[in-house]
Design a protein around this ligand. Structure first.
Ligand code: S3P
Length: 442
């Protein structure tokens, strides 16, 4: 049962998207930078950090374990790490809000700490499966208890000196991979993780950038326990997942011409670009460069006609967070689009396959719902409607894109849930499309 937050946002199709936009810092990379900096020796500076609820929850958890984290200005954080064994037992439950990444990565760190901790979160996070990290961490020797035989939060963790394992993950998930890699750093000997296809590799890249040895062989990764992590400086690129909403909106709204600056284009994240290209889209990528070990570029997009396509297999983990907004592109393409192998969407902040199918149906889209995907029949126009964000940030922003293209006004419930990953989404939308989003009472 989805519990509703308050408020409504009205979205109107006020015309093309024009101009330039920079995006907030990447959420996945910001989490990892805060975690590694908190475990490092000395003062780390993070520029371009995302200041969203999820990332603040990661910082709050480390503050509760004695780490000094200062916000120097809007997007610079300074973290005084106390070393790999410098964390203190939190005296209260750690409330991680809506952030699945925080809970899973932190479980990997806390499993190796010589103290007791309890991790909880909001109603959505408390319904998300944790066995995927709890089981491998238990096989490393940690004691972890939770509801539903350890699968559901709150998780109570009694950390200990872990033993190294070789873990073959059944799911291509960067959260699982990263939890084990972090636990492996804190464990003597060689820990290995193998995944079925490549998920986002920000942890591996950050280990490289910071000087932590990590060995890759195809889908197989190995870390050795380390004695220290040196403090570092890092610049966080713009979040491709945030860019995705504007990218799709500009593609489908006639007359649009938009440049997105300084966007992270790590290939393990940009499956959406390939999916859109397979629909006939041309997206210009320019000013390519590497920033703190991550590829960054400007993206330029104009409105175009799209045709249906099929996405499946190893492409899915590379666009896992973009599938909701991709469904809007599919709804406005000619012909049918098939999404397969995407059952992971059922265990995101909400069951996103069900949420997409239900909400796009309200816009008049003919959409079939399969156990691991969706079949979307494109149409020439959407109809404005009242729709539900399900309290899920990516659903709210996806529905905004649908509303921008629809005939008539659309209202979206609980619009403030965007703050998990993109707190000023509505403001930035109005900057490139004046009058597009208007908050309503109620
Ligand atoms: C994330 C990994 C992805 C993604 C999530 C962030 C990360 O989850 O959906 O938004 O930062 O590691 P999975 O790795 O579980 O697919």
């Amino acid at each position: 049962m989805v519990k509703h937050g308050v408020g409504l946002m009205r979205v109107d199709p006020v015309g093309p998207l024009k101009g330039e936009l920079t995006l907030p810092g990447d959420k996945s990379i910001t989490h990892r930078a805060i975690i590694l900096a908190s475990l490092a020796d000395g003062i780390t500076e993070i520029s371009g950090a995302l200041r969203s609820h999820d990332c603040r929850d990661t910082a709050k958890a480390f503050r509760a374990m004695g780490v000094a984290i200062d916000e120097l200005n809007d997007e610079r954080l300074q973290i005084r790490g106390g070393g790999l064994h410098g964390l203190k037992e939190p005296t209260d439950v750690l409330d991680l809000g809506n952030s699945g990444t925080t809970m899973r990565l932190l479980a990997g760190v806390l499993a190796a700490q010589p103290f007791f901790s309890v991790l909880t979160g909001d109603q959505y996070l408390r319904a998300r499966p944790m066995a995927r990290v709890v089981l491998p961490l238990k096989s490393m020797g940690a004691t972890i208890l939770g509801r539903d035989a350890g699968n559901l939060p709150p998780l109570a963790i009694k950390g200990t000196r872990l033993k190294a394992i070789d873990y073959v993950s059944p799911v291509a998930s960067a959260q699982i991979k990263s939890a084990i890699l972090l636990a492996g750093l804190l464990t003597e000997g060689e820990t290995t993780v193998t995944e079925p296809s490549l998920s986002r590799d920000h942890t591996e890249r950050m280990f490289d950038a910071v000087g932590i040895p990590i060995h890759r062989h195809g889908l197989h990764l190995r870390v050795d326990g380390v004695k220290t992590i040196p403090a570092f400086e890092i610049v966080i690129p713009g979040d491709f997942s945030a860019a995705a909403f504007f990218l799709v909106a500009a593609l489908v709204i006639p007359g649009s011409d938009l440049t997105l600056r300084e966007v992270g284009i790590n290939p393990t994240r940009t499956g959406l670009l390939e999916a859109l290209q397979s629909m006939g889209a041309v997206i210009e990528v320019s000013r390519r460069r590497i920033v703190s070990g991550e590829p960054v570029a400007d993206l330029h997009v104009r409105s175009q006609t799209l045709h249906g396509t099929e996405v499946a297999g190893a492409l899915i983990p590379r666009m896992v967070d973009e599938i909701p907004v991709f469904a809007v592109a599919a709804a406005l393409a000619t012909g049918t689009t098939i999404i397969r192998d995407a059952a992971e969407l059922r265990v995101k902040e909400v069951d996103r396959l069900t949420a997409i199918a239900k909400e796009l149906h309200r816009f008049g889209v003919e959409i079939e719902h399969c156990p691991d995907g969706l079949i979307i029949h494109g149409r020439s126009a959407l109809s404005g409607c009242h729709c539900d964000s399900w309290g899920d940030h990516r659903m709210a922003m996806t529905l905004a894109v649908a509303g921008l293209t629809a005939e008539g006004s659309t209202t979206i419930s609980d619009p403030s849930c965007v703050s998990s990953s993109f707190p000023d989404f509505w403001t930035r939308l109005n900057a490139v499309m004046p009058g597009a989003a208007v908050p309503l009472e109620g």
